[in-house]
Design a protein around this ligand. Structure first.
Ligand code: BG6
Ligand code: MG
Length: 225
């Protein structure tokens, strides 16, 4: 039985993913690395350091910099990102999300945030929706980033629920892999072929809790039989 919803933040509740990608793109350019759209897409959902390491790998610069230099690059990217999110307001909540949260509340579903971003609480405050969530995973307490399941397992445990009692939402392939490795039902937002989720919508305006729950129930029944 469905008892909880777990949400990624960037690219799911709000369009802040674009700020991450443009800030990484700026840094990559400075390092003399040109990223194509597929490479930029591969950064979605990855932790700060995992993102930087992947960019250096794309640019064949894996061993070029010391850890201290990499920390500086990551801090520069973060400063750029933090500057971008200052202008965010509740108008930046993606279409369909407020209705989804309202429908979930009406069903007494518990809700958690499973974002790899250390900036998640700031963004949730800017959007004025932080109080909607029962739990927010602190990514600083995790040992592994997405696609490792740790963040989704932690969110589900914080809610006191089992894997077959939650639905998790992601816009990143690495995030969907994390959800599936946690044995949870994955809702993808974006390209179904790229995300490989259990249920996919092209954008958040198409999210409908009743329809998603029907797909979730079918999936759980097929797993029991
Ligand atoms: C994820 C984003 O939510 O958070 C990634 O999808 C980002 O792009 C990651 O790298 C870490 O975010 P931050 O804000 O801690 O650098
Ligand atoms: Mg995301």
């Amino acid at each position: 039985m469905l008892k909880g919803l777990i949400f990624d933040l960037d690219g799911v509740l709000t369009n802040s993913a674009r700020f991450h990608l443009s800030a990484w793109n700026d840094l990559a350019k400075e390092l003399g690395i040109t990223l194509d759209s597929k490479q930029l897409d591969a950064l979605r959902g990855l932790s700060r350091m995992d993102s930087l390491n992947l960019i250096l790998e794309f640019g064949n610069q894996t061993d070029k910099y010391s850890e201290a230099e990499k920390e500086k690059f990551a801090a520069k990217k973060n400063a750029n990102f933090v500057a971008c999110i200052q202008k965010m307001t509740p108008d930046d909540i993606l279409p369909g999300i407020m209705q989804l949260l309202k429908d979930a509340k009406a069903q007494n579903l518990k809700m958690a945030i499973a974002s790899a971003s250390k900036n998640a609480p700031t963004i949730l405050n800017k959007l004025d929706i932080i109080d909607e969530f029962d739990e927010i995973v602190d990514p600083a307490t995790l040992h592994h980033g997405k696609p490792d399941p740790e963040i989704y397992v932690r969110a589900q445990e914080l809610l006191g629920l089992k894997p077959d009692e939650v639905i998790s939402f992601e816009d990143a392939a690495a995030g969907v892999q994390a959800i599936k490795a946690a044995n949870q039902f994955a809702v993808g937002i974006g390209d179904a072929d790229v995300l490989k989720a259990d249920y996919t919508v092209s954008d958040t305006s198409k999210l409908n809790l009743k329809e998603i729950e029907t797909a979730f129930n079918k999936y759980q029944e097929s797993r029991e039989s």
